[in-house]
Design a protein around this ligand. Structure first.
Ligand code: DGY
Length: 330
């Protein structure tokens, strides 16, 4: 705490919109990182010395060893809906509040899931690489034959708010939607989601023409798609992951794509990202993007504002709107 201004001190651990910093500066003493250095756990702990708040992204691991070194910390605001980088139980134990940014990115992420699905099923990036390489010398009846979306069966693994927004978009493509989720949706939610039909994971894998993964990452969803699951899928199927790396066993997926056990994959997230298995780069039947599903200008601003709202509330003795561990009192 700065004694002159009496503003709580916070760390904004990653580069962020200047207007978000201006807003935060009205309430807090800021330490910023506009050079966007990725801190080691030791550097993060040192930077958090004397700080009450932290604004971070999925790249910051907030766990028991870190929290043991940061006794002044009261609030961690994650600028992401996923919070697998935060050990919530450890936060609660240390009386540290944690928040995420739900809802503001649902529609943008659903849009992107469709963009990736369409690019993958219709081989758009593969065809563009071919054209850019100067290889296009004639129209051919069988050039870049892909899979249709219209009238196909769309499978969705993980049917939270983003999954439902993805399903809703399939109405225009006259698709049948199957889904599997921890729990079944209400009849009203299923009807909103293009009358999605709840099926077992096995049935989802075997019947989907296109399968989109949009479930949270945890120990129980680690490698939810591995060799056995890929074996169940159709050789013509498309797999899209806009959830988290680690949900898919990347080595198993590379093998399946090589052996044409499935037709193609569209991936926005990877195990160990931003590094990725270099074998992906050798495959033509994969579309690769660098974790940008929520990256529209408006949505990233909304996420930054949402994280700021949570920090401001928590450190001015109000309930943060997206508090993940309500057992910690404000
Ligand atoms: C999220 O919000 O969890 C995204 O993956 C980060 O963009």
């Amino acid at each position: 705490m700065n004694l002159l201004t009496k503003k709580p001190a916070i760390l904004v651990a990653r580069a962020i919109f200047p207007e978000t910093l201006e807003r935060l500066a009205e309430h807090f003493e800021l330490e910023t990182n506009q050079d966007d250095v990725i801190f080691t756990p030791q550097e993060l702990a040192a930077k958090l010395h004397g700080k009450q708040g932290l604004l971070c992204t999925g790249s910051g691991r907030i766990d028991a060893p870190l929290l043991a070194q940061t006794p002044s910390l009261k609030m961690v605001a994650n600028m992401a809906v996923g919070y697998d980088n935060i050990d919530l139980a450890a936060c609660t134990l240390h009386q540290v509040m944690a928040s995420n940014t739900p809802d503001v990115l649902n529609q943008t992420t659903a849009d992107f899931a469709w963009a990736l699905l369409m690019a993958t099923a219709r081989r758009i990036t593969e065809a563009e690489h071919y054209l850019r390489a100067g290889k296009w010398d004639k129209w051919s009846y069988d050039a870049f034959l892909g899979a249709d979306l219209h009238g196909a069966t769309l499978g969705i693994l993980g049917m939270g708010r983003i999954g439902q927004a993805i399903a809703r978009r399939s109405i225009g493509f006259e698709m049948q939607v199957l889904y599997h989720n921890r729990s079944r949706l209400s009849p009203e939610q299923e009807s909103y989601a293009n009358h999605a039909q709840y099926v077992s994971k096995q049935e989802l894998l075997t019947r989907a023409d296109h399968l989109i993964l949009i479930l949270p990452y945890s120990a129980s969803t680690h490698h939810a798609i591995g060799p056995a699951e890929l074996d169940l899928m159709q050789p013509t199927a498309t797999l899209v992951n806009v959830a988290r790396g680690g949900i898919v066993d990347d080595a198993a997926l590379i093998a399946a794509l090589r052996q044409k056990k499935i037709a193609a994959a569209g991936l926005d997230v990877f195990e160990g990202e931003p590094k990725l298995n270099p074998d992906f780069l050798t495959l033509e039947n994969v579309v690769l993007t660098p974790h940008i599903a929520s990256a529209s200008a408006a949505t990233r601003r909304a996420m930054a504002n949402c994280a700021a709202d949570n920090l401001i509330a928590a450190l001015t003795n109000q309930q943060p709107p997206n508090l993940l561990n309500p057992a910690v009192s404000v």
